[in-house]
Design a protein around this ligand. Sequence first.
Ligand code: ZN
Length: 323
Amino acid sequence: MSPTVSGIHHVTAYAHDPQENVDFYTSVLGLRLVKQTVLFNNPSEVFRGPTMYHFYYADGTGTPGSVITFKPHHSIQHGQVGRGQATATAFTIPEGAVEYWVDRLDTADRATLYPVTDRFGRTVIRFQDHDGQPLELITGTSDIEPWTGGPVPAEHALRGFHGVTIHPDNAQLTADVLELMGYEQVDYQPTPQDGDWTRFRAEGVEHGQFIDLYNEPNMHKGRWGYGTVHHVAFRVDDDDQQQALRRRLRDAGHAPTSMKDRNYFHSIYFREPNGVNFEIATDPPGFLHDEPEDALGEKLMLPPFLQDRRAEVEAQRDDITVP
Ligand code: ZN
């Protein structure tokens, strides 16, 4: 069987202030902070500059397809959302939750809310967080159990990702990569004022299955920085499937990295032809392998290679309070 991805694993974005980031994603959106750790590429890079947090927000256990992650730091410049980026991250909400969320986001002083719209027959609430990060809540069904330990009642709570919008220069090139990873084009929607939308779906999953390509050539080019997405990670079952997909990507002329151990998943990375960073991440080992479920996200977790330098790491970071 040919290797395919099972939708989105996580989305990783840049943020500015660590505490403001925690407050927004837990207190406003009602997600659970399932892991606080630091950015780890390799030990020499970690200690080249100030230690950067890496926060993971998700459902109650960090189910792949519900996980949005942030790299917050005051030294990061303000980015610009535009072509060559993932330009919106969408979560699923139940059909009856639209009014609740419009009201909640409208009264949250940290969100910028835009008029409610419709895409592919579903209601879309578009908004930005305090950093300008573009987010959406889209009505639909999902097999994700909502996190009920936060301030949002279960009946309205977010149910994992709906999908991600990508704004390519050349939509066909990104479409080819998506199809190589197992996505199928399932819908198309032109809009009179701006561009057109093409929807792709990953088979066999009930959440995080959509990628929308938004083709609007007049939009400005994106620039990295806080308020923008750094990469979109796609799910595979295990290392074997990841390696099979890696071979297929290489055969098609892409340049995936070797496997990196990210402690909570194993990853390969490549840049798709329009410049968007893609990752292929394994479901195992997951977020429960180094902390019990009832204590997820409460304290700073370090990977094995940093554990004997905990004092040094902790001295370099801002303290945060998890609500
Ligand atoms: Zn990632």
